[in-house]
Design a binder for this molecule. Structure first.
Ligand SMILES: Cc1cc2nc3c(=O)[nH]c(=O)nc-3n(C[C@H](O)[C@H](O)[C@H](O)COP(=O)(O)OP(=O)(O)OC[C@H]3O[C@@H](n4cnc5c(N)ncnc54)[C@H](O)[C@@H]3O)c2cc1C
Length: 413
């Protein structure tokens, strides 16, 4: 693989850098304070500050829009390869809320990819178009409080056909985005046929948020953060009826669709986490130069220098593995790239947690405060060790595949 970014990426990266310098970093704390103000009242708590819409318009006008959607989805998206998108996504990851400005934030990106790939013409017109324009938001509801959802075959939500409708009953939690006032559509995973083989029992279905029987019960915190105005919701489906046409692809295809969506979703998280980690390292370098302890700047301490060096090495290793995974997805497809996607999903969140933790340490008490973004960034990175599959599940699958590959190659011994 080539390690140089393409001209297209370099141009977009220059534009994105300028945009971040001009429009994002200067209002980073202001945006958080707007969210805090909205949090004072339940009526406004889940409303996205108007500033987001203003920034979205500027990003769209600058051509920094829907960059995540790979070239096979043209005319939707910007037509970049995964490899071309990687450094751009990393850059967006430097500010926790900035991906949304470019219409590149989860879970909308995964849902848009699912709709573009598996949606009917009607689904695309009704849901994909407004999502691509950044007019509405969406959620993906798979995880359930009652069962170990890292094994998606456990999920219990029922999707039962009755004539022209499917009737949905179940309880989901950690449905990210479903708290947001502008969330209008959920992609829901449930079971349509309990007697089918294990991986063909599941289906995915589109459920508008305002469908009778859908109740958002409460927001769940993640590491003490409620992540307003996006949020992670507990949702009850009580005899929710939607037209049969809302089913994606067909009955029994839910597991296959989930696997398809998670590959890009996982690598996007990794790209953003590398941005988080790089920002933490940059902040640490600035901080240890400014702070003087025991007669000299902290940056003169050997142990600080060693840790800064190690943070750099760890970020660079993860970055290169992410680029290699992106390149593999472009060349061979998401399915063939499953092992390297699993590898980077194991490596990047842990790396980001460690790097951000070191940066917090170097900032002293301030590192844990709201004055620096490090504590909130750590919380985000820590949750990604669970979201889109816990570390252990990726390790279990990668380990299994590697052993099987070894056995296949050495079966003649
Ligand atoms: C902030 C956040 C946002 C999320 N957003 C969404 C969302 O939008 N939509 C959605 O559907 N879900 C979402 N999730 C849920 C997430 O995908 C699940 O938490 C995850 O899949 C694990 O499922 P579980 O919580 O039921 O853990 P369980 O399945 O109960 O597993 C518990 C633990 O057991 C261990 N474990 C599991 N399997 C193995 C194994 N084979 N070997 C060894 N140990 C193992 C792991 O450490 C795991 O963390 C989100 C989670 C968080 C924290």
């Amino acid at each position: 693989m080539h390690f140089d970014y393409s001209d297209k990426t370099k141009n977009l990266l220059t534009k994105l850098n300028e945009f971040m310098q001009t429009h994002i970093y200067p209002v980073e704390h202001h945006y958080h304070s707007l969210v805090e103000t909205n949090n004072q009242a339940e009526a406004t708590r889940w409303r996205t500050p108007d500033l987001m819409q203003e920034l979205k318009q500027k990003a769209q006008a600058s051509g920094l829009w829907n960059l995540f959607l790979p070239h096979e989805y043209l005319p939707y998206g910007a037509g970049l390869s995964n490899l071309e998108y990687a450094p751009l996504c990393e850059k967006m990851g430097r500010v926790l809320w900035s991906a949304e400005v470019f219409n590149c934030s989860a879970p909308d990106t995964g849902n848009m990819e699912v709709l573009a790939k598996y949606g009917s013409a009607a689904h695309k017109e009704r849901w994909l178009e407004p999502l691509l324009k950044g007019e509405i938001r969406s959620a993906f509801a798979m995880t359930e409080p009652a069962v170990a959802s890292s094994d998606a075959t456990n999920i219990e939500t029922q999707i039962v056909r009755q004539g022209d409708v499917y009737v949905i009953n179940g309880r989901k939690w950690y449905t990210s985005g479903a708290m947001n006032a502008n969330c209008q559509i959920m992609v829901v995973m449930g079971k349509t046929d309990l007697s089918a083989p294990r991986h063909q029992q599941q289906s995915q279905i589109l459920v508008p948020m305002n469908t009778p029987g859908v109740s958002v019960v409460r927001p769940l915190s993640a590491m003490g953060h409620y992540d307003e105005p996006v949020g992670h919701a507990e949702v009850i489906f009580d005899n929710v009826k939607v037209p049969v046409d809302n089913l994606l692809v067909g009955e029994g295809q839910g597991f296959a669709i989930a696997q398809g969506r998670l590959g890009p979703g996982r690598i996007h998280h990794c790209m953003r986490l590398i941005g988080c980690a790089q920002r933490a390292l940059d902040m640490a370098c600035a901080r240890v130069e400014q702070r003087v302890a025991f007669g000299q700047p902290l940056s003169k301490q050997q142990s600080i220098r060693e840790r800064i060096a190690q943070m750099h090495c760890d970020i660079e290793q993860a970055r290169l593995l992410t680029l290699k995974a992106a390149d593999s997805m472009d060349r061979y497809g998401n399915k063939v790239s499953r092992d390297i996607i699993a590898a980077i999903k194991i490596v990047a969140p842990k790396m980001a947690c460690n790097v951000i933790d070191q940066a917090i340490q170097m900032h002293g008490a301030g590192g844990t405060s709201q004055d620096f973004v490090l504590a909130a960034t750590y919380a985000y990175a820590r949750t990604i060790r669970l979201a889109d599959g816990p570390d252990e599940v990726h390790m279990m699958q990668l380990g299994r595949n590697l052993i099987n590959d070894y056995n296949a190659k050495h079966s003649v011994l």
